[in-house]
Design a protein around this ligand. Structure first.
Ligand SMILES: CC(C)(COP(=O)(O)OP(=O)(O)OC[C@H]1O[C@@H](n2cnc3c(N)ncnc32)[C@H](O)[C@@H]1OP(=O)(O)O)[C@@H](O)C(=O)NCCC(=O)NCCS
Length: 338
C-alpha cells in the first residue's frame, strides 16, 4: 500500500489528491490556517538545494473498480541534508489511528538508516495529534518556538508608518523584492553569519556564505516561494546592519512566512528591528494585495523580538517544536530484529 513516489513525474490526479489530503489535515489540525493551493505544489515537493535529496512515499486507497486510482491517504517525505533526515508525515483524518502513520515512518526511517544517516528530526505542531504520535515512537523534544500570526486587517497602519521611519540617523532602509541585489550578497551573508552561533533550531538552516545564499534564493524561487527583503544599510561603511526576510508562497499566498530577522550586534539599539519589520509590512501591502496574514516563529527566550512583534500586532498562536530521534533506535523500535 505504501510506495515510493516522485512528485516530479507524478500524475496531475495524484498531485490533486495529495493537495486534498493536505487540506483535510489542515482543516482537522490547524483550522485557522489557510488551505493550500495547487500553484507550484509539484515544484514545492520536488525542488531541493544542491547537495540535498528528498525522498517521498505515498499510501493510496484501493482503486475503485472502474480503474480510477485510489486517493492518497498518507504521505511521507524525508529531506536528507548534512547529517540529518528531516521528516514530514501526514495521514488523512479519515484514515488515522489505523497504524498508517507508523508504517510511513517505518519505511522512511529504514531508508534514512540505509543511506547512513544517524538522526531524524521533525517539526511538530503543538496541540495536535502529532505530539502523542512522535512521542509514542520515541522521539524527544529538542527545541520549542512560539508561532505568532499578524492579521493585516487589524494593523494600525499610521502607527506602522511612523515605526518604519524611527531608525537613527546614519542608516537607510532598502526594500528588495526577489532577494538582495547581487552587489550586496556578500555583505548580506556576513550579516547572517553573525548570528550563526545563536541558539537556533536545526531544521530551518540559514545560509551564511554567498554561494549558498544564492543557491537558497534560487531554490526558493523554483519552489514557488517569493522572497522579500528589507535591509538597513549603515551609510558610513556600506555594511548590512540589519535585515528581515518574508516569503510569500504560491501555495498559500494569503499567509506569508517571516524568515530571518537579524540586527548585527554593533548596530543594536538604533531602532532597526522595529523599522525594518514595519517597512516590510508597508511594502507587502502594495506588493502582495492578496496577503492577509504573516506568521513568524520565535524562541520563547527571545524577549526583545517578541516585544517588537507584539508592538506590530503579532498574536501568539501555538507552540512549534522540533523533535529528534536516533535512527538506529527508531528502526529498532519499528522493525525489531526477529
Ligand atoms: C501524526 C499523524 C501522522 C498520525 O497518523 P496515524 O496514522 O493516525 O498514526 P498511527 O495510527 O500510526 O498511530 C501510532 C501511535 O501514535 C499515537 N497516536 C497517534 N495519534 C494519536 C492521538 N490522536 N492521540 C494519542 N495518541 C496518538 C498512538 O500511540 C498510536 O498507537 P495506537 O493507535 O495503537 O494507540 C497524523 O495524525 C497526521 O497526519 N497529523 C498531521 C501531521 C502534520 O503534518 N501536521 C502539521 C501540518 S497540519
Amino acid at each position: 500500500m505504501v510506495r515510493e513516489w516522485d512528485p516530479r513525474n507524478a500524475s496531475s490526479a495524484e498531485i490533486a489528491s495529495l493537495l486534498d489530503t493536505l487540506n483535510a489535515v489542515l482543516a482537522a489540525d490547524l483550522p485557522q490556517d489557510p488551505p493550500w493551493r495547487e500553484s507550484s505544489l509539484r515544484e514545492y515537493l520536488s525542488e531541493v538545494m544542491p547537495g540535498e535529496r528528498r525522498i517521498s512515499w505515498i499510501a493510496q486507497a484501493q482503486p475503485a473498480g472502474d480503474g480510477i486510482p485510489g486517493v492518497i491517504l498518507g504521505h511521507v517525505n524525508v529531506l536528507l541534508l548534512g547529517g540529518i533526515g528531516v521528516l514530514e508525515v501526514l495521514v488523512h483524518p479519515a484514515a488515522r489511528r489505523t497504524g498508517l502513520g507508523r508504517e510511513l515512518v517505518r519505511v522512511a526511517a529504514r531508508r534514512v538508516w540505509d543511506e547512513g544517516f544517524q538522526s531524524i528530526g521533525v517539526e511538530v505542531v503543538g496541540d495536535t495529534p502529532a505530539v502523542a504520535f512522535y512521542e509514542s515512537l520515541g522521539f524527544t523534544r529538542e527545541y520549542v518556538e512560539t508561532r505568532s500570526v499578524l492579521d493585516l486587517n487589524a494593523v494600525d497602519w499610521p502607527a506602522l508608518a511612523e515605526m518604519a521611519t524611527g531608525v537613527s540617523a546614519g542608516y537607510h532602509l532598502e526594500f528588495c523584492p526577489g532577494g538582495p541585489p547581487d552587489e550586496l550578497i556578500e555583505a548580506y551573508a556576513r550579516a547572517k553569519a553573525e548570528v550563526r552561533d545563536v541558539d537556533d533550531g536545526e531544521l530551518r538552516p540559514s545560509s551564511y556564505d554567498p554561494e549558498r545564499l544564492r543557491d537558497s534564493l534560487t531554490t526558493l524561487h523554483r519552489r514557488g516561494m517569493k522572497p522579500y527583503i528589507v535591509l538597513a544599510l549603515h551609510e558610513q561603511t556600506g555594511e548590512v546592519a540589519g535585515l528581515t526576510e518574508v516569503v510569500v508562497p504560491a501555495q498559500h499566498p494569503t499567509r506569508a512566512d517571516q524568515y530571518d530577522t537579524i540586527v548585527v550586534r554593533d548596530h543594536r539599539g538604533y531602532g532597526i528591528d522595529r523599522a525594518i519589520k514595519a517597512r516590510m509590512l508597508l511594502e507587502l501591502r502594495s506588493a502582495e494585495p492578496e496577503l492577509v496574514e504573516v506568521q513568524t516563529w520565535n524562541a520563547q527566550a527571545n524577549e526583545a523580538m517578541l516585544k517588537v512583534n507584539a508592538e506590530l500586532g503579532y498574536r501568539p498562536d501555538r507552540e512549534w517544536c522540533e523533535y529528534g530521534v536516533d535512527v538506529a533506535e527508531l528502526v529498532h523500535h519499528l522493525d525489531p530484529p526477529r
